[in-house]
Ligand binder design. Structure first.
Ligand SMILES: Cc1cc2nc3c(=O)[nH]c(=O)nc-3n(C[C@H](O)[C@H](O)[C@H](O)COP(=O)(O)OP(=O)(O)OC[C@H]3O[C@@H](n4cnc5c(N)ncnc54)[C@H](O)[C@@H]3O)c2cc1C
Length: 341
């Protein structure tokens, strides 16, 4: 995967003497780094994980995105002079304000790393996992960064209709689950992952249950998950998302035994600070508010990728990182800071 399209190490890259910090080494941060280093700026990328790549490495399974291509693109960035600071969580290991003071510009590209909760009884039982955490832990262990191996067995139920839910099904099988159900509250035509992914799951032996929503997770005295109580749904009037609202069908509750549940009910944007701290406006969806040129409400601080848009796809995240880099370059050249609606 190419992150630096504009230059090669042997090219005469001008040195501007300006320093840019990028928080987050996913496609948005890497795309920006590839542009900024070619403009001649000193680029430092901070990431909380032990390897750059974000969800490209630790989220999306190998069969969708071969890791060698991503790693090759990252090696090219290192050869061009991009400096990575790994295992460094901004807001915990290093203060955001310190970065703003030390660098001429800062780009926030921290993605969506908080899982939405279902808010039903039993969500804290042992055996109920947030799918994204399971997926990241799975990859941390697979790539030798952690001893913590998540092992699954018997019947596992995955909940959700997006790519996280679909990939959690495949990875649950790799982690040892023998029978895997996917519960989704609408029908596949309205699933964010799309009809094709649902069909492929069925072709691969996964049991897809549409119009099904969990209402309770039940456990034993030791607090370990034993069963899922769910209800069948029908499609009602359109809701604010433009899709038909799933409506529970009376007296359709049923119970199914399960050894684990993977909840993939959506992800929430995770800026490297809470509330409106540091003078940076956050929207009601917890995304960072920016203008058309990726400027936040604080001078010198930009934001791009899923932390601005909410959960999206690799292409848009990478493209927004590159566009933000152009805006940062313009700011570093002119010093101009005006909000563009
Ligand atoms: C399971 C799964 C499967 C997917 N499959 C596909 C697919 O097949 N095709 C597709 O196009 N899209 C897919 N997506 C979506 C795609 O991965 C994202 O849209 C994209 O990665 C977003 O890029 P980003 O750079 O904004 O954020 P991310 O890739 O999330 O990167 C953010 C980076 O910021 C770091 N970070 C976060 N907070 C901090 C902090 N405080 N300090 C330091 N570092 C921090 C994280 O460690 C991470 O490396 C999938 C997503 C998931 C979860």
């Amino acid at each position: 995967m190419k992150f630096a399209r504009r230059c090669r190490p042997e090219d005469q890259i001008p040195v501007t003497g300006k320093k840019v910090a990028i928080i987050g080494a996913g496609p948005a941060g890497l795309g920006a780094a590839g542009e900024l280093v070619c403009y001649g700026h000193e680029v430092h990328v901070y990431d909380m994980l032990p390897e750059p790549g974000g969800l490209l490495i630790f989220g999306i399974p190998e069969f969708r995105i071969p890791k060698e291509g991503v790693r090759k693109g990252i090696r090219e960035l290192i050869d061009l002079g991009v400096i990575f600071h790994l295992n460094t969580k901004v807001g915990k290991d290093i203060d955001f304000e310190d970065l703003v003071n030390e660098f001429d510009a800062v780009l926030i590209a921290t993605g969506t790393w908080k899982s939405r909760r279902l808010k039903i009884p039993g969500e804290n039982l042992k055996g109920v996992y947030h799918a994204l955490e399971f997926i990241v832990d799975y990859h941390l262990h697979k790539y030798g960064y952690s001893d913590k191996e998540v092992k699954l067995k018997n019947r596992v139920i995955v909940i959700g209709g997006g790519l996280t839910a679909v990939d959690a099904c495949y990875l649950a099988r790799d982690a040892g689950a023998e029978e895997i159900y996917l519960f989704y509250r609408r029908t596949r035509e309205f699933a964010p992952a799309g009809v094709r992914e649902f069909n492929k799951l069925e072709e691969n032996g996964f049991k897809v249950q549409e119009l099904t929503q969990p209402i309770e997770f039940g456990g034993d005295e030791s607090g370990t998950l034993k069963y899922v109580k769910a209800i069948r749904m029908r499609l009602g009037e359109k809701d604010s998302s433009g899709r038909p609202k799933p409506v529970p069908i009376e007296n359709s509750e049923f119970t199914i035994e399960a050894s684990a549940v993977l909840v993939a009910a959506g992800e929430i944007a995770t800026p490297p600070f809470i509330d409106q701290k540091y003078g940076i406006e956050i929207t009601k969806w917890n995304t960072i508010k920016t203008d058309k040129e990726y400027k936040t409400t604080r001078k010198g601080v930009f934001a791009a990728g899923d932390v601005v848009s909410g959960p999206s796809l690799i292409g848009p995240a990478l493209a927004s990182g590159k566009k933000a880099a152009l805006a940062i370059h313009k700011y570093l050249q002119t010093g101009q800071w005006n909000w563009v609606e």
